[in-house]
Write a protein that binds this ligand. Structure first.
Ligand code: TPP
Ligand code: MG
Length: 576
């Protein structure tokens, strides 16, 4: 914190706010200054030393800033804050907020109000009901998570309520009201109510008995979802579970991070970019089967708008009211019987493993998964383009240990998992696909790097996505990010679907064409290193050495891609 102004005897609201957030572990603030936030930001020093433990601020444009807390949390489990001033700035920030809500990610958004005393005087960027009505806008998306800090008397209480929301894996918005936060504050220490409830032993025994009874003589399939990835031993536990129960596992795009590559019962990703083996297994689930779901939201890219079709679905979750639940339940997404069990997923899974050790469960055993989870050959690209199937496989053999990667809203968010089939023990991959905001993954990648500067961070993005964040490259040229740019002069993921959705329409009316641009020149002008990948991959090893060589310099690798090389499946085209 800025020492020149933080040493006063009387603390005011802004200081209490920063101190409270520091206690919650928040040290990274990102975004852009402006009239409404200068009085808040003056307390923060610019982020200069990446390893600093003190609260600091990185200037980076709001659209990307809005996604930074998401990558920060996915990489480290810690919370970061995005800051923007009134007007367009607040709206730009809120694209990331949507994905934080949709992916149940705790994140802090800080936006101001125009002064109360200016109401009725048509102030600049009027946030009142006669202007943007920003509080109502935000509350319509986050009804319980918008806290207007408009009084010194209620500040502590409101921050405490915000903390409860964060513990429930919800993003929160702290709305600054300058007069209130600039006033002296009276410290009334209040403890924050915790929402973490231990698993009730008796309710677990009931669940275990019911589970034992229901899977007896039936097939059991494990569906691993995103929530499970938040537990440190997740991948080992899912393997142990599958081995103890001889049970097949399938997973969602992000749920893959809770699965080990060598789990012999791993049948692959389902739905969007899904593997053929996983999809035929999932589609075969019916009245003789039981599905055990580990925090996999039944979203469009996981179950393609269909209900769970098992005779009985057991849904394990520890996020109350997670995205998609209705009245704290996914019962509406189950065709058969449904039982939801709340508790830490690792504890629940361990208890089931212990139960089967004491007395084996009687489910029908699954065979091992075949080594190739896809049934068709990958079509080659036209001459002059990189074969993306080969590139994903080469990279899959290369990823440095402890890496994290993000797929932006482009071909890779469908094709990478289809081709690689199984998660990679060296790298976790995330996609913020529920909001599918093009270009958002760049902010997420920056967030991951800020949370752990030594961690290798990779981003696959498209030439369309690039247009949404390229203005922020300069700010992170020394962060050591590596971008793989899928350069196909097209909004290809849209273009690939349109011959199926609109067969009678001329290609020009797809509006999928993008002008070719010299992306390497843009990146270099922003202080990055940048190289083109040769279509025959002859310089790939050289570029990968470069990616790991200078860990502080960011690198962009421009990949010439055939917009018509169709790899992963896109079941969504049938929904449009
Ligand atoms: C901000 C935003 N605008 C539009 C869309 C709709 N959309 C989804 S994917 C896509 C094309 C992505 O193009 P590009 O980044 O070039 O990736 P490619 O599919 O070519 O690999 C579009 C326009 C979106 N999801 N987000
Ligand atoms: Mg493209």
């Amino acid at each position: 914190m800025n020492k020149a102004i933080s040493g006063n005897d009387v603390s005011i609201g802004y200081q209490l706010l920063l101190e409270t957030l520091f206690k919650w572990g928040v040290t990274h603030y990102v975004g852009v200054t402006g009239g409404g936030v200068i009085h808040f930001l003056k307390y923060l020093n610019p982020l200069e030393n990446l390893c600093t433990e003190e609260s600091s601020f990185l200037t980076i444009a709001e659209y990307s800033a809005g996604f930074i807390p998401l990558g920060y949390y996915l990489s480290s489990g810690r919370i970061a804050a995005s800051v923007a001033t009134t007007g367009a700035a607040s709206k730009l920030l809120s694209c990331g907020l949507s994905d934080a809500k949709l992916h149940d990610i705790p994140a802090i958004y800080i936006v101001p109000l125009t002064g109360e005393e200016m109401q009725g005087h048509s102030p600049l960027q009027d946030t009142s009901a006669s202007g943007s009505n920003i509080v109502a806008q935000l509350r319509s998306e986050l009804p319980e998570s918008v806290f207007v800090l408009d009084s010194p008397e209620t500040l502590v209480e409101k921050l405490s309520s915000a903390h409860v929301q964060l513990e429930r894996a919800k993003p929160v918005v702290l709305v600054l009201q300058h007069n209130a936060l600039n006033s002296p504050i009276y410290h009334a220490e209040k403890t924050t109510a915790s929402v973490k409830l231990p698993v009730q032993r008796s309710s677990f025994i009931d669940f275990c008995d019911e589970f034992r009874h229901d899977i007896d003589g039936r097939r059991l399939i494990l569906l691993v979802g995103e929530e499970m990835t938040r537990y440190p031993d997740a991948a080992t536990l899912t393997t142990q579970f599958c081995q103890m129960l001889c049970c097949a596992a399938i997973w969602s795009i992000n749920g893959a991070n809770a699965v080990q590559r060598d789990n012999p019962y791993g049948f692959g990703y389902i739905s969007f970019g899904g593997n053929d083996e996983a999809l035929s297994l999932y589609q075969s689930i019916g009245k003789d089967d039981v599905l055990l779901v580990l925090g996999a939201c039944p979203d469009e890219y996981t179950v393609n708008l269909h209900k769970f079709s098992a005779a009985k679905t057991f849904f394990l979750t520890n996020i109350p009211g997670s995205y998609g639940q209705i009245e704290n339940s996914f019962a509406h997404m189950s065709q058969g019987a449904y039982r939801q069990v709340s508790g830490p997923l690792d504890q629940l899974l361990r208890s089931l493993i212990d139960a089967t050790k004491q007395q084996p469960f009687g489910n029908i055993h699954s065979p091992f998964a075949p080594s190739n989870l896809n049934h068709r050959q990958y079509p080659p690209p036209r001459p002059g383009y990189v074969d993306m199937a080969e590139l994903y496989q080469r990279l899959d053999r290369w990823w440095p240990a402890g890496s994290i990667g993000f797929d932006d809203v482009c071909l890779s968010y469908k094709d990478r998992q289809y081709v690689t089939q199984r998660p990679n023990n060296n790298i976790h991959f995330y996609s913020l696909y529920r909001g599918s905001a093009m270009g958002g993954a760049f902010g997420a990648a920056v967030g991951a790097k800020l949370s752990l500067p030594t961690r290798p961070v990779f981003l696959f993005t498209g030439d369309g996505c690039f247009r949404l964040f390229s203005g922020s490259l300069g700010e992170v040229s020394e962060l050591g990010l590596v971008i793989f740019l899928i350069n196909n002069t097209s909004f290809s993921i849209v273009g690939q679907g349109l011959p199926i959705i609109l067969p009678e329409i001329e290609e020009k009316n797809y509006h999928a064409y993008l002008k070719p641009v010299d992306y390497c020149a843009i990146a270099r002008a922003c202080g990055w290193e940048a190289e083109q990948l040769a279509p025959d991959l002859s310089n790939l090893s050289f570029l990968l050495d470069k990616a790991t060589g200078n860990i502080m310099k960011s690198l962009l690798i421009d990949i010439p891609v055939d917009a018509l090389q169709v790899l992963g499946r896109n079941p969504r085209v049938k929904n449009l």
